[in-house]
Design a protein around this ligand. Structure first.
Ligand code: F6P
Length: 535
């Protein structure tokens, strides 16, 4: 793959300006649609021949068979010997998903119904706090996939929240819990302890602090009414003190970063209501169908994946920006950081060999237009080229359309300027026409010109709705899977997070004992300094 991509990239010598000049239809030729999304990928370093070559590389990686294996519940997570079936969480009654040959659809629907019933009881007040108060606030305590997804979706769909207010606490920093509960009434606060494993240190620590808060104010017996567990580890949840009817489970075939569709989404079901959550699932399911059924070159996730690999392996580009022109998607880049970098940030292939090529780029981003006044200088005139995903919608959700048009004009202005730039000659002439002296214009022109040829995709939707949001997330999920196929890596484990966890346990003890002799002199001195300066 690497050699093929390098060879292709070495032959590539067309600028975006040339491509558009030579093909007046390019802006409609390189566009595909599906599940309510429109992907414009015309502003990329591709032509039909490159796309066909890229799709051939993918086909040669047995992509079609591997996609079937994923949906058929085969154990594609080879290092953990597990199926990967977050797609089954979007299932409807007549869909078929199996694990070990056994249908899981009725289990999925039953778990969903139970969570919905509970959400409705919290929403309508038939389940109350220990002192008889209706819950007004729900605090989800979790981290990584047990936080980023629900948090991102609750921000994205904020105008649709009509139930108790959702809050999210993730960080081990006590300030996070402290500041979140500071304004809350313990009698009206429900805590959801969201942890697939129910062993994650930060989550368990924050959960016991929250327990302490409830117990201090309302008494120990109140804990039963104020705590819920979202986990696959029912035993640990029980040991924590959560009763059976307050446990909402899921399965080991749901990866943490793919779990927002499961009961990990309970905070959303409560805040938005089951009806909205269903719409969110349906949008993702539409994208699943699009991903399974569309040909490679009209397939949104496949095209996104091919472009990513083209830049990463053909041209050695190291980062990928995701810039939503949609304030409510402000946590989307952070969500994608986990989804992409935890999934494909790997250097060992599925056969246990070191890869001889680069894998996942650094994913980063901020909502527009804020980013324009921060880092866009580098995107336009810096030395590195960073492909961008712009995301925007035709209509606002509950703001005025005048602001939204301004927002969208900004978005298109950026992709246009990045692609086509402004030449030295144009800049020079413009200054001279404005009356600036020729010598000054000559001096300033290099600083004021834009090289252009900076690639971007533009993902459009009519509006950010539960459906389009579901489809958008699912598109990225399938992009990540497709890139894992191209890189021949297992996108579904995350052993890379383990070492730090183990070291932290040992270091935590060093803070008590003062002994850190097993660590480097830097870390040892760090512990010593911190201990000495602790109040
Ligand atoms: O440490 C990484 C990780 O395992 C993520 O993959 C996961 O989303 C997060 O921790 C939280 O895990 P859990 O849901 O088990 O608490």
């Amino acid at each position: 793959m690497k050699d093929q991509l390098n060879a292709l990239a070495n032959q590539w010598n067309q600028s975006l300006k040339d491509l558009f000049d030579h093909d007046p239809e390019r802006g409609s030729r390189f566009v595909t649609t599906g599940a309510g999304l429109r992907l414009d990928y015309s502003k990329h370093w591709i032509d039909q021949a490159v796309l066909e070559a890229l799709s051939e590389i993918l086909a040669n990686c047995h992509f079609a068979a591997m996609r079937d294996q994923l949906f058929d519940g085969e154990k594609v997570n080879v290092t953990e010997d597990r199926s990967v079936l977050h797609v089954a969480l979007r299932a409807q009654m007549n869909d078929t998903f199996r694990v070990n040959g056994v249908s899981i659809v009725s289990d999925v629907l039953q778990a969903r119904d139970q969570a919905y019933a509970f959400a409705n009881q919290i929403r309508d007040g038939s389940l109350l706090g220990a002192t008889g108060k209706k819950f007004t606030d729900v605090v989800n305590i979790g981290i990584g996939g047990s936080d980023l997804g629900p948090l991102m979706v609750s921000e994205a769909l904020k105008p649709l929240i009509d139930g108790p207010r959702p809050h999210y606490v993730s960080n081990a920093d006590g300030a996070h819990l402290h500041d979140t509960i500071a304004a809350l009434d313990p009698e009206a606060t429900l805590f959801l302890i969201a942890s697939k494993t129910f062993t994650t240190q930060e989550t368990m620590h924050n959960a016991s602090k929250a327990q302490q808060w409830i117990s201090d104010v309302l008494g120990h017996r109140a804990i039963a009414s104020h705590f819920v567990a979202l986990s696959t580890n029912t035993e640990a949840a029980r040991a924590f003190g959560v009763s059976e009817e307050r446990m909402f489970g899921f399965w080991d075939w749901v990866g943490g970063r793919y779990s927002v569709w499961s009961t990990i989404g309970l905070s959303l079901m409560i805040a938005l209501g089951p009806g909205v959550f269903d719409r969110f699932l349906n949008g993702a399911r539409e994208m699943d169908l699009h991903f399974r059924e569309s040909s490679l070159l009209s397939n949104i996730p496949v095209i996104m994946a091919l472009l990513g690999v083209w830049y990463r392996n053909g041209f050695g580009l190291q980062t990928q920006a995701v810039l939503p022109y949609e304030q409510r998607l402000h946590r989307f880049p952070a969500y994608l950081q986990q989804m992409e970098m935890e999934s494909n940030g790997k250097r060992i292939d599925r056969d246990g060999q070191s890869v001889a090529y680069d894998t996942c780029p650094v994913i980063w981003g901020e909502p527009g237009t804020n980013g324009q006044h921060a880092f866009f200088q580098l995107l336009h005139q810096g030395t590195l080229v960073c492909p961008i995903d712009f995301i925007l919608s035709a209509n606002p959700t509950n703001t005025d359309s005048e602001s939204h048009v301004l927002l969208n004009a900004n978005c298109l202005a950026q992709s246009e300027s990045l692609a086509f730039g402004k030449s030295h000659e144009e800049v020079y002439q413009e200054m001279v026409d404005q009356g600036i002296s020729a010598s000054q214009a000559k001096q300033l022109a290099p600083h004021r010109s834009f090289p252009g040829n900076r690639p971007s995709s533009t993902i459009m939707m009519t509006q950010l709705t539960p459906e389009t949001l579901g489809a958008l997330i699912a598109a990225y999920e399938h992009k990540v899977f497709t890139q894992g196929v191209l890189w021949n890596i297992n996108s579904f484990d995350q052993w890379g997070v383990e070492l730090g966890k183990v070291q932290c346990k040992a270091l935590r003890a060093s803070f008590d004992s003062g002994h850190a002799s097993n660590f480097s002199s830097s870390t040892r001195e760090g512990v010593r300094w911190l201990r000495k300066n602790m109040h």
